[in-house]
Write a protein that binds this ligand. Structure first.
Ligand SMILES: NC(=O)c1ccc[n+]([C@@H]2O[C@H](COP(=O)([O-])OP(=O)(O)OC[C@H]3O[C@@H](n4cnc5c(N)ncnc54)[C@H](O)[C@@H]3O)[C@@H](O)[C@H]2O)c1
Length: 439
């Protein structure tokens, strides 16, 4: 099949590359000239495990191309994916300007029956808005359908190639058949393609992300309560997660969720609900709690240094919002760094993949280190912000010698408090006993 993908970011590049891998001819379109130039030169623009191999192979075999020209990119395409940004607008709603602008541009360019697919996360009613924009100038038949994307950064290739399910929102039988053909190679194990109407598909994506954000937040609240009551959130998690109605995943307590999706999607669903005159209370609580949770360790750090962080150097392990990605959008690390700088502390940071993106954002406001031991060297304390596996089993003796004080503030509960006690560290984590701490 001939496919166009408009918007070549995290979702667009994975979508385009994976569909090329299943034998389609894909052209990815983006307005970012530098990005397209890099991609055309065979250089991948995001870090996503496993994507580079597919990317190289499909470029070499001529199935994956890149352009900044929309007309050229969509020429002869049977289906056009819109994988465009939908950032939060000033009022919290999803900003549809990118999606609707491209829809408007597409109208006069369509030359034969085409399916335009909303893969961006968009509010209920967007497929209809996109249809109207295209219809303003289209001279041929077309369908607009909703096909929300559920991939997780860090395991995006696996998620895309073996999705738990594919959700397709359309009332067109013709479009349904094409989508079945397109997705068939990805659902061979029997994972379902779930067909529904456009509005329900659009809402499904927001419901899924908001539910997951709520699950994380609920467990963070339990963790906060554990601290007050002297219980251990890890034990509670195991006790709760083994109930098959609840499930083991998304129950780890920590310094809150971040990323390009959960924060904006919860906010957008809350706004859609308000617009529909529905008071979706739980979402407001989730947002408020998560915001507080991100910098939950800062008061502990201040307390440890008797309220004064001026001139103290804090080492930060992990900048990405989660492991195996270089995405730093809404990353808790950034909020913590801002707080530390405000308090007059110096920050040294290390992340296996995300340092470049933070450097672009913060310049020389912080120091970037080549590895995690360099980062710890001479620091007054260590904070752990992302659960990269490499941080899980450091050489604690060496770490203890490198740090000025043997103190760790662990936002991701990587270590066993009892071990840290044996090793002689002061150890703060989330929802568990503090070891040798103050207060
Ligand atoms: N990142 C994720 O994990 C994820 C997962 C599921 C769904 N989504 C949703 O997918 C959508 C895209 O997210 P993303 O993370 O890939 O965003 P992104 O910012 O990484 O990529 C968007 C791309 O669109 C390009 N673009 C902007 N305007 C354009 C135009 N007029 N023509 C062509 N290209 C244009 C940008 O230059 C950018 O490269 C969002 O709605 C997001 O909520 C994201």
């Amino acid at each position: 099949m001939k496919i166009a993908v408009v918007g070549t970011g995290y979702v667009g590049l994975v979508t385009g590359t994976c569909f090329a891998e299943t034998g389609n001819h894909v052209t990815c379109v983006d307005i970012d000239e530098k990005k397209v130039e890099k991609l055309r030169n065979g250089k991948i623009t995001i870090y996503e495990p496993g994507l580079d191999v597919l990317f190289d192979r499909n470029i070499q075999q001529g199935r994956l191309k890149f352009t900044t020209n929309l007309a050229e990119g969509i020429k002869d395409a049977e289906v056009i994916f819109l994988a465009l940004p939908t950032p939060p607008g000033a009022d919290g709603s999803a900003d549809l300007q990118y999606v609707l602008r491209v829809a408007e541009d597409l109208g006069p360019l369509l030359e034969k029956y085409t399916i335009v697919i909303d893969k961006s996360t968009v509010p209920v009613g967007t497929a209809e808005k996109v249809r109207q924009k295209i219809a303003q100038a289209a001279k041929v038949e077309f369908d607009v359908i909703s096909n929300p994307e559920f991939l997780r950064e860090g395991v995006a290739v696996e998620d895309f190639m073996k999705p738990d399910r594919v959700v397709i929102g359309t009332s067109s039988k013709k479009a349904e058949k094409v989508m079945e053909r397109l997705y068939a190679p990805l659902v061979r194990q029997g994972n379902p393609i779930i067909f529904m109407d456009e509005k329900s598909a659009e809402l499904t994506k927001y419901a899924a992300n908001s539910f997951l954000a709520t699950k994380i937040t609920f467990m963070n609240e339990i963790a906060n309560l554990c601290e007050k009551l002297g219980a251990d959130v890890d034990a509670v998690r195991k006790g709760v997660g083994t109930d098959t109605r609840i499930g083991k995943r998304f129950l780890f307590a920590g310094i809150g969720y971040g990323g390009s999706c959960f924060p904006k999607d919860v906010q957008a669903l809350a706004k859609s609900s308000k617009d529909a005159d529905y008071d979706f209370k739980i979402l407001d609580s989730v947002m408020e709690i998560n915001q507080k949770q991100k910098t939950k360790l800062i008061p502990r750090v201040k307390e440890y240094f008797d309220g004064d962080l001026k001139g103290k150097t804090i080492a930060i392990w992990g900048l990405a919002f989660k492991p195996y990605t270089d995405d730093i959008r809404e990353a808790p690390a950034l909020y913590n760094i801002e707080e530390l700088l405000k308090e007059g502390a110096k920050v040294k940071a290390y992340d296996p993949e995300a340092a470049e993106n933070v450097r672009e954002l913060m310049g020389d406001k912080i120091e970037f280190c080549e590895n995690y031991y360099d980062c710890a060297e001479g620091a007054d304390a260590l904070m752990i912000m992302t659960e990269w596996p490499v941080f899980r089993t450091p050489e604690f003796d060496r770490l203890g010698e490198l740090l000025k004080n043997k103190v760790i503030f662990d936002g991701r509960n990587l270590y066993e408090p009892a071990n840290m006690e044996e090793l002689g560290f002061t150890y703060y984590s989330i929802g568990r006993k503090t070891i040798n701490g103050k207060g």
